[in-house]
Design a protein around this ligand. Structure first.
Ligand SMILES: CSC[C@@H](O)[C@@H](O)C(=O)COP(=O)(O)O
Length: 365
């Protein structure tokens, strides 16, 4: 069934003809979450009302992409607080425990911990200043909404800073999905493509399909096509050939965590793309909100890399595609060493090497 035949009433409210499909929406005391596992075949929104449901949606990648999982987890804390029916003296411990539980859903994207820390800090202040549980819960709600709204603005700014890097007619390769679906709106790596479209600047986007769970094919190709952006889908092993043909003038990807020295964790396969870009003299850009920069992690070697179930590799296209019992290695992310990164584009502007001094400077401004 084509996606357009399958759009439900609730999803229609999320489609704005000039922009991307929104992956998250808070309404009616619940989180409406676009189930990204079902794309591009079905556009279906889940209605989540408990922290356990949010934990499961993050762990099973119904919601994915660093900023989107941070926002979802923040709403998870709101839902946990609303369930609390004890004395005001136990409220903070309950909320903190819920945040710690939500933090166990996925290990690599630092936005998850960043958002949960913000919620915990807010909860601590509210517990100090507000005697009423209801007022505290409203305060937590306001913080989650702020995290959500700020992300949209941050993504738009990343797009504004990145756009001048791309000239009219350029071919730009991206890996995984760092688009509107992975964020509140616009995305990080895909934000300049939306702005280019708005301003009539033609770009040719090449999307790697991104094995094993195909975020490039299912999500990036889908959302760019929906927005009328010129996108060509490639399998991951075609990146070298399109670069050698001279079709790619830049690479831009998102990230799950940037270490203090500029090493970048992103979807498995990103490192290979960066090495290929260097071999072909093509700039390799990383779009990253400040919330994804983790100065407390010294280098990429210190970033925890999630390993996902073997079935993501042994079962594809709805059937078994590898022998039963074969050994499998399935890391969800890799680390691109900073020497392959031409620049990191943030909401505060473009950061170039040396990253170990230029990244901390971003937080002083
Ligand atoms: C703006 S999203 C940045 C990253 O989170 C994205 O590139 C990515 O690697 C997502 O991985 P996923 O496993 O789909 O959550």
């Amino acid at each position: 069934m084509s996606p357009n035949n399958d759009i439900t009433t609730s999803s229609l409210q999320n489609i704005d003809n000039n922009g991307p499909l929104l992956s998250l929406r808070w309404a009616e005391d619940r989180l409406f979450l676009l189930d990204q596992r079902l794309l591009p075949e079905h556009i279906e929104f889940l209605e989540l009302t408990t922290p356990e449901e949010i934990w499961d949606a993050i762990a099973s990648m119904k919601v994915r992409g660093a900023p989107a999982i941070g926002i979802s987890a923040a709403y998870g804390v709101v839902l946990a607080a609303r369930i609390y029916d004890g004395e005001p003296s136990g409220w903070l411990a309950h909320v903190t425990k819920a945040a710690e539980y939500l933090a166990t859903s996925r290990p690599t994207a630092v936005n998850l911990f960043w958002a949960l820390n913000r919620m915990k800090d807010r909860a601590a202040l509210l517990a100090e200043e507000q005697p009423e549980i209801e007022t505290r819960n409203l305060g937590l709600m306001a913080e989650a909404v702020l995290i959500h709204q700020e992300d949209e603005e941050v993504c738009r700014l990343i797009g504004e800073h990145a756009l001048p890097l791309f000239e009219s007619g350029m071919g730009v390769l991206t890996h995984c999905n760092a688009g509107g679906l992975a964020t509140a709106k616009y995305g990080t790596a895909l934000a300049p493509f939306y702005l280019a479209k708005e301003r009539g600047i033609p770009l040719k986007v090449f999307a790697d399909e991104t094995r094993p769970v195909l975020q490039g094919a299912r999500l990036t190709a889908f959302e760019l096509q929906q927005a009328g952006i010129d996108v060509t889908l490639l399998t991951d092993n075609m990146a070298a050939v399109v670069m050698s043909k001279g079709w790619i003038q830049a690479v831009i990807v998102g990230t799950d965590r940037v270490a203090a020295n500029g090493d970048v964790a992103n979807k498995i396969g990103t490192y290979g793309v960066a090495v290929l870009a260097k071999a072909h003299g093509i700039p390799f850009y990383v779009a990253s909100p400040l919330s994804t920069i983790d100065l407390s992690t010294a280098t990429g070697q210190d970033i925890p890399i999630e390993e996902r179930p073997e079935s993501e590799i042994t079962e594809s296209f709805g059937k078994r595609t590898a022998p039963v019992g074969v050994k499998v290695f399935n890391p969800a992310f890799d680390v691109t060493p900073h020497e392959y990164v031409t620049a990191i584009i943030t909401e505060k502007g473009i950061v170039r090497p040396p990253f170990n001094t230029n990244l901390p400077a971003l937080f002083d401004k």
